[in-house]
Design a protein around this ligand. Structure first.
Ligand code: HEM
Length: 190
């Protein structure tokens, strides 16, 4: 994946746990002490190794690290120069989720070798929907859960989510789906 991802993992660890925690995690993951370059492609393994090392150093399950990272990503990308892309994707949670593929297609203009996941929305009502998530990468459903948390905050709604693994059948690819429902957060007008 592009270095932007590992850079964000670094940003999350440094801001929440300090520079020395980051040094230990980076060393445990066997990565050199040099800055990640956003536009350079890194082996996916480096990201999985970072998550595993963070899990070991911080004593938290990898799923919790991924979920926290997902939340952080929605803020980090806005601050790292991609706020326009985020704004263009929608003004409400359901609109944004429907536009995720289009948003990553725009991201591809900046990161031409991007291999993004793909999403589909089904069973939509005024306050609920099912988000289907397809990726060739394994084990990242908790990341999407964190992204949904972060998007809930962005749009001022409290989101309840239930994750379901769908196995492949009748020509349908195996994937994770998220059954979401939301309501306005107390104290907001959204
Ligand atoms: C403007 C904001 C965003 C940017 C710049 C961005 C960019 C990226 C980049 C660079 C990757 C790594 C893929 C690769 O290098 O091949 C990625 C992966 C991913 N993105 Fe985004 N993204 C953004 C917002 C989002 C949002 C809001 C979601 C919410 C669902 C999302 C979901 C994902 C997921 C789940 C992956 C992991 C890869 C996979 O599942 O295969 N992204 N994105």
């Amino acid at each position: 994946m592009y270095g932007l991802i590992n850079k964000a993992v670094e940003g999350l660890v440094r801001s929440k746990f300090g520079d020395s925690a980051w040094d230990r995690i980076r060393a445990r993951a066997g990565l050199p002490d040099e800055p990640f370059i956003s536009m350079e492609q890194y082996d996916d393994k480096s990201t999985y190794d970072l998550v595993a090392a963070a899990s070991a150093e911080l004593g938290a399950p990898a799923e919790a690290i991924l979920r926290e990272f997902g939340r952080y990503w929605t803020v980090y990308t806005a601050e790292a120069g991609y706020s326009e892309l985020l704004r263009g994707a929608g003004k409400s949670l359901p609109e944004f989720l429907r536009n995720l593929n289009q948003m990553h297609t725009r991201v591809k203009l900046v990161f031409p070798h991007l291999a993004p996941p793909s999403f589909a929305v089904s069973e939509e009502t005024a306050t609920s929907l099912t988000l289907h998530y397809y990726s060739h990468r394994a084990g990242l459903a908790p990341l999407v859960e964190g992204l949904i948390d972060g998007l809930g905050e962005r749009f001022g709604v409290a989101v309840e989510s239930r994750t379901e693994r769908i196995e492949s059948s009748n020509g349908q690819a195996a994937h994770d789906c998220f059954h979401l429902s939301w309501k306005p957060r107390v104290g907001t007008s959204a």
